[in-house]
Design a protein around this ligand. Sequence first.
Ligand code: GDP
Ligand code: MG
Length: 163
Amino acid sequence: RLPTVAIIGRPNVGKSTLFNRLVGKRLALVDDQPGVTRDRREGDGELLGLSFRLIDTAGFEDEDAASLPGRMRVQTEAAVREADVALFMIDARAGVTPLDEEVARWLRTSGTPIVLLANKAEGRAAEPGIHEAMAMGLGDPVPFSAEHGEGIVDLFEALRPHI
Ligand code: GDP
Ligand code: MG
């Protein structure tokens, strides 16, 4: 079977933009599934010759702020448990938020290899956020731009040892 890569992170950091870039039209249409899988999308991803199953942990746009961390945690942990490697995405323009720190704490105990992706890194506005990300205890962040396709080769290099 294909190795599994999960994209995780709080809402609005750019997870689905990356998913769409790597999966393109090879999206497996999954309708109404029970439980946590209802909130995710899966597809066959491809990156410079690497092939993998990609999980996009989805948004909670309709959620109130108080219930977000709990629901995110259930879905994130389920995806990370299945994954051979997890792409933990932060928004480098927003910097490291308390919710990012909380997710980082779950991840450090997971045992799954983590690649820290500092997204929205095009331009100078991301530099402080990339710096903050270095202190998260998850290794050096990969500066990335899902929207502009910057950092693809660095992402490839970071993923390759795990798949
Ligand atoms: P998700 O909630 O984590 O799945 O985030 P989305 O993929 O839906 O993206 C949230 C917003 O961030 C959208 O408006 C995207 O266009 C924007 N976005 C995604 N990637 C980038 C990026 O690399 N740079 C910038 N500036 N914006 C981005
Ligand atoms: Mg999304």
